[in-house]
Design a protein around this ligand. Structure first.
Ligand SMILES: Cc1cc2nc3c(=O)[nH]c(=O)nc-3n(C[C@H](O)[C@H](O)[C@H](O)COP(=O)(O)O)c2cc1C
Length: 202
C-alpha cells in the first residue's frame, strides 16, 4: 500500500503562492510513490475550540462539524505537509482553529498517556513545513515554528524538514522563482522517500 500523506493548505487563496508551492511539494511526494490527500483548511466549516473537554475522556471531539472526518485522517496518515502564510507573525486563524481542535490528540497522548496514533506509526511519521511571509524580518517564522513544533509533537509526526520563504511582498509571484518551486518539489519527494524507506524497514 502507498504511504499516505496529508497536505494542509493554510492560505485562503486557492491559487495563491502558498497553494502553488504546496502543489509542487505534493507533486514531489506523489513522484516518490505516495498517495497525497490535500485539505483546503480555510474552506472547512469548523468552529474554534470551546474547551468543553469531552476529549479528556473520549477519543474524539463533541463538536459536530467538518473536523469530524479529520481525526481518522490525521490518525491514519504516514506523513504531513503543512503549507501556510505568516499572518500577524503567526498561523492564520482558520488553520490555528484546526490545530487547536487537535486537542483530542493532546489529551490522549499527554493526559491519558495513550496516544491515538498506532504505536508502529509513531516513529516513522514525518512532517514537512512550508511557510511564506510578506516581510523580510529575522523573526518572521518564530510564531509559526513554535506552533508547528507543538502540533507535530501532539500528532506524533516529527517536524523533519522545512522550506521558509520570506520577502513575498517583493517577490510577488513564486512562478518567477523556479529554484524555489524546484526546492519544494525536492522536499516533497524527499519526505515521500524517507517515509517509504522507514515503513519498509519496520
Ligand atoms: C491578515 C494578514 C496578515 C499578515 N501578516 C504578516 C506578518 O505578520 N508578517 C509577514 O511577513 N507577512 C504577513 N502577511 C503577508 C503574507 O504572509 C504574504 O502576503 C503571503 O505571501 C500570503 O500568501 P498567500 O497569498 O499564498 O496566502 C500578512 C498577510 C495578511 C493577509
Amino acid at each position: 500500500m502507498k504511504p499516505k500523506i496529508v497536505a494542509l493548505l493554510g492560505s485562503p487563496l486557492p491559487e495563491g503562492n502558498t497553494s502553488k508551492i504546496l502543489k509542487k511539494a505534493i507533486e514531489g511526494a506523489k513522484k516518490a510513490g505516495c498517495e497525497v490527500i490535500m485539505v483546503d483548511v480555510p474552506s472547512l466549516e469548523l468552529s474554534s475550540c470551546r474547551e468543553m473537554y469531552y476529549c479528556r475522556e473520549q477519543k474524539t471531539c463533541i463538536m459536530e462539524d467538518d473536523m469530524g472526518p479529520m481525526y481518522p485522517l490525521l490518525k491514519s496518515m504516514d506523513g504531513l505537509i503543512i503549507a501556510t502564510p505568516v499572518m500577524t507573525m503567526g498561523v492564520p486563524g482558520h488553520l490555528k482553529s484546526f490545530i487547536d481542535r487537535c486537542q483530542v490528540f493532546y489529551c490522549a497522548k499527554y493526559e491519558r498517556k495513550d496516544s491515538l496514533i498506532p504505536k508502529e506509526k509513531r516513529k516513522t511519521r514525518k512532517t514537512l513545513l512550508i511557510s511564506i511571509s510578506g516581510m523580510n524580518l529575522p523573526n518572521n517564522f518564530d510564531g509559526i515554528k513554535i506552533t508547528m513544533q507543538a502540533f507535530c509533537d501532539i500528532l506524533d509526526c516529527s517536524l523533519a524538514d522545512e522550506l521558509l520563504i520570506r520577502d513575498m511582498d517583493n517577490k510577488i509571484d513564486l512562478d518567477r522563482y523556479p529554484d524555489l518551486m524546484k526546492e519544494a518539489f525536492e522536499k516533497g519527494f524527499n519526505l515521500g522517500t524517507t517515509i517509504e524507506k522507514s515503513l519498509n524497514q519496520r
